[in-house]
Ligand binder design. Structure first.
Ligand code: P6P
Length: 334
């Protein structure tokens, strides 16, 4: 008698989205089609990252981007890969990238191309050449219903609570995608054997507390006094904390999501408005953090309540377990 073969249970990102959309009959397959552009692009980027050093993409292009940062070759490859994969989807009207000075208008406003995708194609690129975790962060908006079709910026500069989806991919010991559409946080691991992201954790919840705090202590003396007091407490014996700082926001956040704790990038003398970008770094991670039961603030207000005034606007960011974020705020505003 044949031994029955039980196929392994594989749930891809697309299947997961379709199943969750069944719960929302009004949802169309449009979003699934868009997200498959992101999964394809990040699988291609992951392949490049895996072969860094062998494929002559180490190092810089010699240019400086709109952020004033030296452009790595892989920054451009990632940026153009995402633009190419999304551009082909047909339902993305506008793309905003950390690497591009201006938005890319793929399609004029119509009933289909009303998605806006904002992304940091390769976060943490200073870590590329030393084989440390890097990632891609994305945020998805829809054009404003009542938006004046003439003003692209009016459609883009929406507060973070208007996001319809957000996520990231971290290229590390494995390639992991984490996303939310506002219905919980779900994690997928790229299975290189089949070239697909497979569901690894569903409805992820951030631990209420965590022993790790994550900050670049080199800037300690530039932080507000209250933050310096918090750091003194965190280093005290009775706090029982550990410091971890990877220098790639996406990796520091991923650890915080899974283990709890807090990541801080407060204002400094050099960056009084904060260093991290609101639209395609803080907003997507804040959406994920809150969906996982955590919190995200700039020290004065909830990140998701901030209405952006510029495409590459920067912000301070305190993000992580709610109790840990509250503790930082207590010290900061003591
Ligand atoms: P610093 C990487 O360039 C990045 O934008 C984030 O990924 C990271 O959290 C931050 O900058 C690191 O900045 O000033 O500590 O090197």
């Amino acid at each position: 008698m044949n031994t029955p073969y039980e196929a392994p249970k594989i749930q891809t990102v697309q299947q997961h989205i379709l199943e969750s959309q069944r719960a929302h009959p009004t949802a169309t397959g449009q979003f699934t089609w868009l997200l498959s552009g992101i999964t394809l692009a990040t699988r291609i980027i992951s392949d490049h990252v895996r072969r860094i050093g062998l494929n002559d993409i180490l190092g810089t292009t010699g240019d400086v981007n709109v952020q004033g940062e030296i452009v790595q070759k892989l920054d451009i490859i990632a940026n153009e890969t995402i633009a190419g994969c999304l551009g082909y989807r047909g339902n993305v009207g506008i793309m905003v990238s950390e690497e591009d000075d201006e938005p890319r208008i793929l399609k004029e406003p119509d009933e289909v191309a009303d998605y806006i995708v904002l992304f940091d194609p390769l976060d943490g690129s200073s870590n590329i050449d030393v084989n440390v975790s890097i990632g891609t962060i994305f945020s998805i908006l829809q054009r404003r219903e009542n938006g004046d079709h003439g003003s692209v910026m009016e459609h883009i500069l929406q507060p973070g609570y208007k996001q319809v989806a957000a996520g990231y991919v971290v290229y590390s010991s494995s390639t992991v995608m984490v996303y939310t559409t506002g219905d919980g946080v779900h994690m997928f691991t790229l299975d290189p054997a089949i070239g697909a992201y497979r569901l690894s954790r569903e409805n992820l919840k951030m631990p209420d507390e965590g022993k790790i705090y994550s900050v670049n202590e080199a800037y300690r003396d530039q932080f507000p006094e209250g933050i310096q007091s918090y750091l003194e407490w965190a280093k005290s014996e009775d706090a029982g904390k550990s410091l971890r700082y990877i220098g790639s926001l996406v990796a520091d956040f991923h650890r915080t999501l899974l283990k709890g704790g807090v990541f801080l990038y407060p204002p400094t003398v050099k960056t009084p408005g904060g260093k991290l970008r609101l639209l395609y770094e803080a907003n997507p991670l804040a959406f994920l953090a809150e969906q996982a039961g955590g919190a995200a603030t700039d020290g004065q207000r909830r990140i998701l309540d901030k209405t952006p005034t510029a495409l590459h606007e920067r912000t301070s960011l305190i993000i992580g377990s709610k109790a840990e974020v509250d503790r930082v705020l207590k010290y900061w505003h003591k």
